[in-house]
Design a binder for this molecule. Structure first.
Ligand code: FEO
Length: 388
């Protein structure tokens, strides 16, 4: 793939990275990802919107060179300072006389993180515009999507929104949305991993762009939306913290005691007509868990006690839940133990969240009949809360 003209005078010059396995040393990328960069050519000036991950500079340069000389870039728009989009900034700044355009917070990051000279930075505020000659870029402050400095760039004449991380998806499959099978699931998973903790800021950004005529969304990861209505609608839903009558069950098990407890809980919830998804953490992708956290109203955690705490992988899942700040309202904990329960670990972890622990069942060694009865009772109480 070289460059692709997505609108007249607007080119995709980014790169695909289908082999990347992990993002932020945390999130698995089963379909890889892309670093989308766009070149906008006006009659008088040329702008590059975002760059690429470090290590892909030469591909970026080749793609730009198929449209124009890199030295002819007048403006480098930095919507976001994270290196997957800003990694090639030093390279572009060195190869051109471009002025870097960013927000006030972005200017600080451009200087400190990417070594850009203050003299070459122009700070823009919400609704500021730059004319390229027949093409006008308008900047929209959209902080915390996903760092504090983030902004969107709107190309007025072509009605294209360059939204950087927002509306993105980690997949190297497909170029336009219609070519990407399962894109909605990929986009939801990405939302869960990246945007869910910032959903209040996401909702504010959606309000800001409400009146804009957007005919194309060109994010900086994953496919481009030529018909953006559906993804905007989904983002409205996901940022609203609206949940379904749904419970996500995540558990670790060593000798199947916890698994028996979990299965009893699942059976009860299903009988109560609650949608259930379950993950044995040991062989699950945490991105799938993040995806289901987007609209689950309840969370059930199951874990044996190991070395005085919950199992380390259950602790990882618990920390992840806390970090991703899902909209779930209720939780339950199922704990099997030999010589000491570990309920306090979970209670402490969730104590400063909005999540109410509806109940806990602790079973010594293997769950007995009375333990399973307690789980059924807890499952019914949880289902009741979920249905309210
Ligand atoms: Fe895709 Fe926050 O960087």
């Amino acid at each position: 793939m070289v460059n692709i003209e997505i609108k007249k005078g607007v080119y995709f010059v980014g790169v695909k990275d289908p082999k990347r396995k992990l993002f932020d040393s945390l999130i698995p990328l089963p379909k890889g990802t892309t670093y989308n960069s766009y070149l906008v050519k006006g009659k008088d000036k040329t702008a590059l919107v975002d760059t690429v991950n470090p290590g892909f500079e030469n591909q970026l340069i080749d793609h730009i060179a198929a449209v124009t000389e890199v030295g002819k870039i007048d403006y480098l728009i930095m919507n976001h300072a994270e290196p997957d989009h800003a990694g090639a900034i030093p390279f572009i700044m060195k190869s051109s006389k471009a002025t870097l355009i960013t927000t006030e917070k972005g200017a600080d990051m451009a200087k400190k993180y990417h070594g850009v000279s203050e003299k070459r930075i122009k700070v823009v505020k919400n609704k500021d515009k730059i004319s390229l000659g027949g093409k006008t870029l308008e900047f929209i402050e959209a902080p915390w999507l996903h760092w504090p400095e983030t902004m969107f760039t709107y190309l007025i004449e072509d009605k294209v929104l360059f939204s950087c991380d927002f509306f993105g998806s980690h997949t190297a499959v497909g170029f336009f949305a219609e070519d990407a099978k399962d894109l909605i699931s990929d986009a939801k998973r990405y939302f869960g991993e990246i945007m869910m903790p910032f959903r209040i800021m996401g909702a504010k950004a959606l309000e800001k762009i409400e009146g804009l005529d957007i005919q194309m969304i060109a994010p900086s990861h994953g496919p481009i939306y030529k018909d953006p209505g559906k993804i905007i609608k989904l983002y409205k839903e996901w940022t609203s913290a609206k949940t379904k009558k749904k419970v996500i069950v995540v558990y670790a098990t060593m000798w199947n005691s916890t698994e028996k407890m979990v299965q009893s809980m699942i059976d009860t919830l299903v009988k109560e007509k609650i949608e259930v998804c379950s993950y044995n953490i040991a062989n699950s992708d945490i991105g799938d868990i993040a995806e289901d956290l987007v609209d689950s109203r309840g969370i059930v955690l199951g874990s044996p006690t190991v070395l005085g705490s919950i199992h380390p992988i259950a602790l990882h899942a618990l920390n992840l839940v806390k970090a991703l700040r899902p909209p779930a309202k209720y939780a339950a904990f199922l704990n099997s133990y030999g010589w000491g329960p570990s309920t306090k670990v979970v209670a402490d972890a969730l104590s400063n969240t909005q999540i109410e622990i509806v109940g806990v069942v602790e079973a010594n060694w293997v769950p007995k009949k009375e333990d399973l009865l307690k789980i059924r009772k807890l499952g019914k109480s949880l289902a009741q809360k979920i249905k309210e």
